[in-house]
Design a protein around this ligand. Structure first.
Ligand code: HEC
Length: 140
């Protein structure tokens, strides 16, 4: 083997080694990255220590009656669109006479032109009830 060939081979070897070293380093970076991502989205299975942490309580995030009303009900109930009982009027005195149970049934399932949940599909039953109560309380 000529001196030149030997040098060429050892240079090639060094290049391959260098490449391997870099790709190993890249892998290490990936592992670190994966670990960092996992902490955010790690799965917690019942029985694990992490599962005994208190679940986020739904009621803590529950919106008030006025919040729900302003977001989802005011479009129709402020002006009486399609015959909707108007906020702050005797309309709600009449409706209140039906009783909360009936009003809630209408609010959750819809009633004539009143859409189910007043279009707020994401509202919990409690939030809908708070909004109904808020409107009932507005009766003059
Ligand atoms: C698209 C318009 C519209 C929206 C939005 C809407 N309503 Fe209504 N709502 C109506 C109409 C119209 C009526 C009257 C229906 C009737 O008496 O025929 C009504 C009636 C009601 C009644 C009385 C039902 C009864 O049995 O007399 C309740 C309670 C009510 N709405 C709650 C809500 C709540 C709570 C929201 C918001 C989460 C909401 N509505 C959003 C149109 C709407």
């Amino acid at each position: 083997m000529s001196k030149f060939a030997a040098k060429a081979i050892s240079t090639l070897f060094a290049v391959v080694l260098g490449f391997l070293a870099t790709s190993t380093m890249a892998n290490t970076d990936n592992d670190a990255l994966i670990e960092r991502i996992q902490k955010v989205g790690s799965v917690c299975v019942e029985g694990d220590a992490c599962a005994s942490a208190p679940a986020p309580s739904a009621s803590a995030a529950a919106r008030s009656g006025s919040d729900v009303y302003n977001a989802s009900c005011t479009a129709c109930h402020s002006t009486g669109v399609l015959g909707a009982p108007k906020f702050g009027t005797s309309d709600w005195t009449e409706r209140a006479a039906k009783g909360m149970e009936t009003l809630m049934h209408s609010a959750l399932n819809g009633f004539n032109a009143m859409p189910p949940r007043g279009t707020c599909a994401a509202c919990s039953d409690d939030e809908i009830q708070a909004a109904v109560q808020y409107m009932v309380d507005s009766a003059k």
